[in-house]
Design a protein around this ligand. Structure first.
Ligand code: KG4
Ligand code: ZN
Length: 365
């Protein structure tokens, strides 16, 4: 459906532990959709889940039920907008935690039923994939082919985008996602949840002096594997523990709880460097093989400054355009769901009746 006139999208995201809503206005530009974010509200559940050391699906769903009405209301109220004036409701239908997805999807369906507004069902991963193309997409001269790396808590996927509509998955993680590895290493070091930002914080003060492995870095495919790297961190902690007990020093237990702060900082810096080296090397190799003109980066791990900077510098050396969303669009939010919905409309998608919408926790990109 070409968007001859300006339309308004109300976007809703509840796939994991953020209850989020955003309102965007979209119109077709000469080449790309002109997207403007009018409001964006995120109610984070970090406090709730940090007590448990990770996301508890049942608790997440209950919190979504508690917050969704007021989050959507706030997104509309922030711009004095009435629900009746919304043209489309975009909602994340998967992948994600099914109890969480159900809340957002059923809420969107109820709104659609009450106001006769059609629904755009959005894949959460397309939300990440298109998140770098939001606010600045029409300003830059975006060039395809593009290699896009999505690195989040649940996924690590490398895609080749031929244009703004067609893309192909080149590879993905065979076990843990990059964000999951950050979270698990944080747990080993007894850092608070969510672990990624905590590891990054300590890494800033440390030196990458421990030579952790760079899994699959030299393999000629575009898959990833981070579970072994996490295990290497565990073995390293265990080796510290053995050394300390041999010297009759106070124990630095394998759980990392009692490791000296400076050692923790070095472990974080070394682990982070290993993940970044693998992600950047394989992304650049894909760009070379597929003669890409640009690279984009998205997902929660793209909040990591080391990753952003190393990939940006590598792109500059290779004369590739680099696109990354602003930090507040890296972790889960509804704005990216609205951006993906705008591209779906631009690419000819026909919005659906609420009767045709179902959540799917295992949805593929
Ligand atoms: O995209 P996202 O919000 O949720 C999923 O779709 O999975 O990503 C969350 C992930 C978590 O694993 C979190 O630890 C990680 O992104 N993350 C980071 C940073 N900020 C968030 N990882 C490394 N460095 C960061 N600064
Ligand atoms: Zn996500």
């Amino acid at each position: 459906m070409a968007l001859a006139e300006k339309k308004t999208i109300l976007a809703i995201e509840t796939s994991c532990d953020e209850t989020a809503a955003a309102v965007l206005s979209v119109a077709d530009g000469q080449k790309w959709p002109q997207i403007k974010t009018l409001s964006s509200i995120i109610k984070s559940q970090i406090k709730l889940h940090s007590k448990m050391g990770g996301v508890v699906p049942e608790a997440a769903a209950r919190a979504h039920v508690k917050w969704i009405r007021s989050v959507v209301k706030q997104a509309l109220k922030a711009i004095s907008y009435k629900l009746e004036a919304v043209d489309y409701i975009a909602v994340t239908v998967g992948p994600g935690l099914i109890p969480s997805l159900i809340v957002g999807v059923e809420f969107a369906k109820a709104l659609s039923f009450a106001t006769k507004t059609p629904i755009i069902p959005v894949n959460h991963l397309s939300g990440h994939l298109y998140s770098p193309f939001g606010r600045e997409f029409s300003i830059f001269n975006f060039q395809f082919p593009n290699i896009s790396l999505i690195a989040s808590g649940g996924h690590t996927i490398l895609t080749l985008m031929k244009n703004e509509k067609e893309y192909k998955i080149l590879g993905q993680t065979l076990d843990d996602a990059a964000g999951e590895a950050f979270d698990k290493v944080a747990k080993l070091l007894k850092l608070p949840y969510p672990g990624g930002p905590e590891v990054a914080k300590l890494a800033k003060m440390g030196k990458p002096i421990i030579n952790f492995p760079r899994p699959m870095i030299n393999q000629k495919n575009y898959n990833f594997s981070f579970a072994g790297l996490k295990t290497s961190v565990l073995y390293y902690l265990q080796s510290l523990s053995t050394k300390h007990s041999r010297l009759h020093l106070p124990s630095a237990r394998a759980d990392g709880g009692q490791v000296a702060l400076s050692t923790k900082q070095d472990i974080c810096a070394s682990f982070q460097q290993a993940v970044v080296d693998v992600l950047v090397t394989k992304t650049l190799r894909a760009a070379k093989e597929f003669k890409a003109k640009s690279i984009s980066l998205s997902g929660g791990v793209s909040a990591n400054l080391k990753l952003r900077n190393q990939l940006r510098n590598s792109c500059a050396k290779e004369n590739l355009n680099f696109f990354v969303p602003p930090i507040n669009l890296t972790t889960d939010n509804a704005e990216m769901i609205g951006i993906a919905a705008a591209f779906m409309l631009h690419n000819g998608f026909k919005p659906k009746s609420y009767k045709q919408i179902q959540p799917d926790s295992n949805l593929y990109l």
